[in-house]
Write a protein that binds this ligand. Structure first.
Ligand SMILES: Cc1cc2nc3c(=O)[nH]c(=O)nc-3n(C[C@H](O)[C@H](O)[C@H](O)COP(=O)(O)OP(=O)(O)OC[C@H]3O[C@@H](n4cnc5c(N)ncnc54)[C@H](O)[C@@H]3O)c2cc1C
Length: 515
């Protein structure tokens, strides 16, 4: 079956990750009269579109979907080097399943670089592969000039289907939180104390869980919206801008070939933190802050075995289902505060990541993985640059990353290592001698490259409604919009900001003259 791309819609959304989906959902609810098209460079994996691969029961099919997300699409492969897999290539960089690493340009001589900079190219984006942790930002993580941020976060929780209680009955979860609370809670505000991690996950009566992807964000209202069409394997190569106003996009049909112009007065670019600025650059939209203030959350990890826990109790609580059903049972949270500027993500595992003595099987949930994220010092010079002469494997301007960890970042990492050790000691016996510091890019939370600001002063790309300064009708979405240094997982915040942008479109479309 051949497909026909539209000549004209009211709103084009570039990218089908959770943030692109949030625009479609909000507009489907608030402006069902508008015609919408989503163009997604990657393939469709699931029905309904945008499902989390973890919900796929068949392991072979799940792996196939992960592989298909690890672009770039064969049709557009140029002379660029092949994408690295975990066990491939001379540098053996770690790539997470469902993601593909930036193949080159990730580190400049004498710099730290972002060796683990990764993307996902599939319907649902990284949201088909994520861990679903949805903490709220706190203290200096919050964006001070976004009005109604808490209500926007409430709405983002609704769209993502966030619950803090999906794993209430996980073995030892209360015990873990009790011990962590005793170590960390003193002097903290109520909302910054150790708590269950809010997760984008739904628990069913029979114990099964469904992890939220873009399918949850789209919801029935988007799927039932006959004025919205999602086009997989359709890559936007340029946003068309004339006289300071968006006129549409140029789409390359990766499935059937050819390039098509689609006219639209509103274009939302939600194409991740590296490819959103790339598309703006390719379109000649090049504000001074584009690609700058790039930040990833420096990360340390540690594992511990809970002391003094009763294996019998675990099996009673867990029943037969727990180990298979919930690969990481009972995720807990040590929130970021300005005084202790780390975000702690605590997972209880059913198997040890470190080999244990034969016959020494841990009780389900008794091995605890600790991931501590830091907020990076924000600097204009940390950036992704684009090359007008060299192309990447998608045929877009090649990327070159400039990135350094500052003295303050190294001090933060030392603080995080001390904090994670304190957490480990509160819980039990560490399984490793020292916490491990991961290479930059490991967090998969890249921010800042199209950051929002209060005014067009050269340090931001868009306004608090995500409208790109100086280009009417152009919006940006995703973690790249977040202007603050955050340590917490960013997707909830990005979806909240996407809701604000979508509401702006809903409010203003049709109220002024446009093509
Ligand atoms: C293993 C893993 C675990 C994670 N865990 C968490 C977590 O627990 N909590 C959390 O908050 N975050 C987590 N993340 C990050 C989270 O998935 C992202 O923050 C989120 O998906 C961002 O949504 P997005 O819509 O902005 O972008 P993405 O989900 O990255 O989607 C962008 C989409 O745009 C498409 N695209 C790019 N360029 C073009 C183009 N030119 N034309 C058309 N389409 C294009 C891409 O193919 C992609 O599908 C994790 C990610 C991974 C991979």
């Amino acid at each position: 079956m051949t497909r026909t791309l539209p000549h004209h819609v009211d709103v084009v959304v570039v990218g089908s990750g959770p943030c692109g989906a949030a625009y479609v959902r909000t507009l489907s609810e608030q402006r069902p009269d508008l015609t919408l098209a989503t163009f997604e460079a990657g393939p469709l994996l699931t029905e309904p579109p945008g499902g989390h691969v973890r919900n796929i029961a068949d392991p072979a099919e799940r792996e196939r979907c992960q592989r298909r997300s690890e672009g770039p699409p064969r049709e557009s492969v140029s002379s660029a080097p092949a994408v690295q897999r975990p066990d491939a290539g001379p540098d053996r960089r770690l790539a997470r399943a469902g993601t593909h690493l930036l193949p080159s340009g990730y580190r400049q001589p004498g710099e730290d670089g972002l060796p683990l900079a990764a993307m996902s190219s599939n319907v649902g984006g990284m949201g088909a592969h994520w861990t679903c942790a949805c903490p709220r930002p706190g203290d200096s993580e919050r964006i001070p000039f976004v009005s109604g941020l808490d209500e926007l976060l409430d709405e983002a929780e609704r769209l993502l289907g966030v619950s803090a209680h999906a794993f209430d009955d996980a073995p030892f979860a209360d015990e873990v939180r009790g011990r962590l609370g005793a170590a960390f809670d003193a002097g903290r505000a109520k909302d910054r104390r150790v708590a269950p991690m809010p997760l984008a996950v739904r628990k069913h009566g029979d114990g099964r869980v469904t992890w939220s992807g873009s399918d949850t964000v789209y919801g029935d209202v988007s799927r039932g919206n006959s004025r919205h069409t999602l086009f997989p394997e359709a890559m936007v190569v340029r946003v068309l801008v004339e006289q300071g106003r968006v006129r549409g996009v140029l789409v390359r049909d990766l499935r059937e070939g050819g390039e098509h112009e689609v006219r639209a007065a509103r274009v939302v670019v939600a194409a991740d933190s590296l490819r959103t600025p790339q598309l703006l650059w390719a379109s000649g939209v090049r504000p001074a802050a584009l690609g700058r203030y790039l930040n990833d959350q420096p990360q340390v990890v540690f594992a511990v075995r809970l002391r003094d826990v009763d294996a019998e109790r675990a099996s009673v609580v867990a029943g037969d289902e727990a180990p298979g059903v919930v690969p990481q049972s009972g995720v807990s949270w040590v929130p970021f505060t300005d005084r202790e500027p780390f975000h702690g993500q605590v997972m209880q595992l059913d198997a040890s990541p470190v080999p244990l003595t034969a016959g020494d099987e841990p009780a389900p949930g008794s091995i605890v993985g600790l991931g501590w994220f830091c907020a990076k010092e924000l600097r204009e010079s940390d950036r992704v640059e684009f090359d007008d002469t060299e192309r990447d494997a998608f045929g877009m301007p090649a990327m070159r990353i400039h990135y350094r960890l500052t003295e303050r970042d190294h001090a933060s990492l030392a603080g995080a290592r001390a904090a994670v050790r304190r957490a480990a000691e509160a819980l039990g016996e560490p399984l490793d001698a020292d916490p491990r510091t991961l290479e930059p890019g490991a967090s998969l939370h890249y921010q800042g490259t199209v950051r929002m600001g209060e005014s067009d002063d050269g340090t931001s790309v868009c306004d608090p409604d995500s409208r790109v300064w100086g280009v009417d009708g152009l919006y940006v979405a995703g973690n790249a919009v977040i202007p603050t240094a955050t340590a917490c997982n960013p997707t909830l915040t990005s979806v909240a900001l996407a809701v604000a942008g979508a509401r702006h479109i809903a409010r203003t479309t049709g109220t002024e003259e446009h093509t």
